[in-house]
Design a protein around this ligand. Structure first.
Ligand code: 6PG
Length: 245
């Protein structure tokens, strides 16, 4: 099931995004005694993570949440380019999350070795196969998501839950969850803001192009596209399920 929600302001977008994360984690903890989440990288999620770590910090039993990453750049964790670095600054350190429950992709290692180690961690902690309670994703202007790009030859290589990919921009070497893992998720939330994403949003959601982001539709899960007004500006109104003031 896919739902498209448009928030009219930056503030309502951030609030809706953070509240969606809280609701998904709380439901998983209530149902299973824990929650597993894969974080999105890039810059868009930063204010959402900050809101989770401040205003909403008491709304989640963070000691029961296992945090993973949907993808990573092949750079050290202290690099400004690292998705882990962004999450550590905006969410992990402010919440003082235990490192035992934060499972980063070791971007500083050889990509194949990092993929093997992260794959083992996925199987050990999330399960075999790894079915996340919540996966947060972004959208690139070319329709990529996580580090699954239009030029990636195979978005779900057999037997690989996580694998090395090549980005068209620096840092080129990446590691990404495979499409098959994304499509196992119970809940996927795309966090998309900004007019520069409007074209990609329309191509993915309206034209049904087989871009990587368009192929994320877990048969046993729910996909929410949470857009701000500029990002939705080229989307046919008939596709918008709800508008937030
Ligand atoms: C990454 C992300 C990538 C990101 C999009 C959007 O490693 O960069 O996984 O998929 O979500 O490129 O990036 P922005 O949020 O910076 O626009």
């Amino acid at each position: 099931m896919k739902r498209i929600v448009v928030a009219q302001t930056a503030r309502s977008w951030e609030r809706a995004a953070a509240e969606e994360v809280v609701a998904a984690l709380a439901a998983a903890v209530t149902e299973n005694g824990r929650a597993t989440m894969a974080l999105a990288g890039g810059s868009t999620p930063r204010p959402v993570y900050r809101r989770l770590a401040t205003r909403l910090r008491k709304n989640v039993a963070w000691d029961k949440v296992e945090i993973f990453f949907g993808d990573e750049r092949c750079v050290p964790p202290e690099s400004e380019e690292s998705n882990f670095h962004m999450a550590r600054e905006s969410l992990i350190e402010p919440l003082k999350l235990s490192s035992a429950r934060v499972h980063r992709i070791e971007g500083e290692l050889d990509p194949s070795e990092a993929a093997t180690r992260y794959g083992a961690e996925l199987g050990r902690v999330v399960g075999d196969p790894p079915r996340f309670d919540l996966v947060l994703l972004g959208l690139g202007e070319d329709g990529h998501t996580a580090s699954l790009f239009p030029a990636t030859p195979d978005l779900e290589p057999a037997g690989r839950w996580v694998f090395p990919t090549e980005a068209p921009v620096e840092p080129r070497h990446r590691l990404s969850l495979s499409l098959s893992v994304l499509n196992l998720a119970r809940r996927v939330v795309f966090l998309v803001r900004g007019g520069r994403k409007a074209e990609a949003v329309a191509r993915v959601l309206a034209e049904g192009e087989k871009l990587p982001a368009a192929r994320v539709h877990p048969p046993g899960g729910v996909v929410l596209w949470l857009l701000d007004h500029p990002a939705s500006s080229k989307l046919d109104e008939s596709l918008v399920g709800e508008r937030l003031p």
